[in-house]
Design a protein around this ligand. Structure first.
Ligand code: C2O
Length: 342
């Protein structure tokens, strides 16, 4: 029976191996694989962390955020909370550094129904670690609100101090972000670009994803190699396109933001992904929180992270389905793309 159904997807933690760019470099942690403990939900009376749009926060909050990231960057390189170790988590789970438990297949969370849950878990821990570093248990990430005209430029906050990154495209990021970016500046006026972005948003959020797998990505089964082909609407654009738009054209694969192994090195990654995560939460709300997939393999698939208390935890897809249970939320803002029906 278990053969037919397969075991939920999880990593063989002692299988970490070089995985980028051509299978020669490694993002494996310098410490030995450890046995994880089960994730516990935060206490239901703990403060809700409210993630706000980057373009609406005040200087005081920006300074606080920058300070948290600066501290994270100064931690020793062999500390799991160190900024570059945090960034390597993306490399670990996105470039195939682990094999799946019981299979020789590599574990990768992109282009499938693991995309939203894995990134949600990553941000959840990252946010709590940043808060812990500055002693603030209501600290929240910020979202780059690129689906709203006021948020469609590269957020200036991320060009300063510890939030800056040299590996960005200096030309692209002066413009209105291109949700349809395919490597070249198409010379649209700001207004044309904004309207096109809003129309794409409407398509990716409303008209195209008529079934859960069109939004979430295809149903990757454990052990499958290459059978699941179908990236979710939002993952393919604006997610992928904005990644590449930010990364530098002078680098081989548009590092940092343009490549799986390096995108976490750019602090804006966490705001880009907060917006992605917010769009998942919105989509869940638009469907009255109906469960995406009533499928044990999905619900029990698991990922491991160090939490803010340096506990090594296993978190399952079923644990990340409700953001209120995870004690965070998103500041509501108008959704101009809802009126951008073509
Ligand atoms: Cu794991 Cu934005 O990518």
């Amino acid at each position: 029976e278990s053969d037919e159904i397969g075991i939920p997807i999880r990593a063989n933690l002692s299988s970490c191996h070089p995985s980028y760019p051509d299978g020669n470099s490694s993002c494996c942690p310098p410490w030995p694989a450890q046995e994880p403990v089960d994730f516990q939900f935060p206490h239901p009376s703990s403060p809700i962390r409210v993630r706000r749009p980057v373009h609406l926060v005040d200087d005081e909050y920006k300074a606080k955020y920058e300070r948290a990231v600066a501290i994270m960057k100064q931690l020793p390189l062999d500390h799991p909370h160190n900024f570059w170790r945090q960034a390597d988590l993306h490399c670990l789970y996105c470039t195939g550094a682990y094999s799946q438990f019981n299979y020789s297949t590599e574990f990768r969370i992109h282009h499938s129904w693991l995309f939203f849950p894995w990134h949600r878990a990553l941000l959840y821990f990252h946010e709590r670690i940043l808060g812990k570093l500055i002693g603030d248990d209501s600290f929240a990430l910020l979202y780059w609100n690129w689906d709203h005209p006021d948020g469609m430029r590269f957020p200036a906050m991320f060009t300063e101090g510890a939030l800056d990154d040299t590996e960005r495209d200096s030309m692209d990021i002066q413009n209105v972000v291109d949700h349809n970016f395919h490597g070249t500046d198409r010379g649209l006026s700001d207004r044309e670009q904004i309207l096109e972005n809003l129309a794409l948003m409407y398509n990716q959020m409303v008209s195209s994803p008529k079934q859960p797998e069109l939004f979430m990505g295809c149903k990757l089964r454990s052990g499958d190699e290459g059978k699941c082909k179908g990236t979710g609407t939002i993952e393919s654009a604006p997610h992928n396109t904005v990644h590449r738009w930010v990364g530098s054209r002078d680098n081989p694969v548009r590092e940092n933001m343009g490549a799986f192994y390096s995108s976490g090195f750019d602090p804006v990654f966490y705001s880009h992904h907060s917006n992605i995560d917010r769009l998942w939460a919105l989509w869940q709300r638009m469907r009255d929180n109906e469960l995406e997939f009533d499928d044990e393999m999905w619900l029990n698939s698991e990922f491991t992270f160090y939490d803010e208390n340096l506990q090594f935890v296993r978190i399952r897809v079923r644990d990340v389905l409700s953001i209120s249970k995870l004690r965070y939320g998103y500041q509501d803002i108008e959704l101009p793309w809802l009126d951008a029906r073509p």
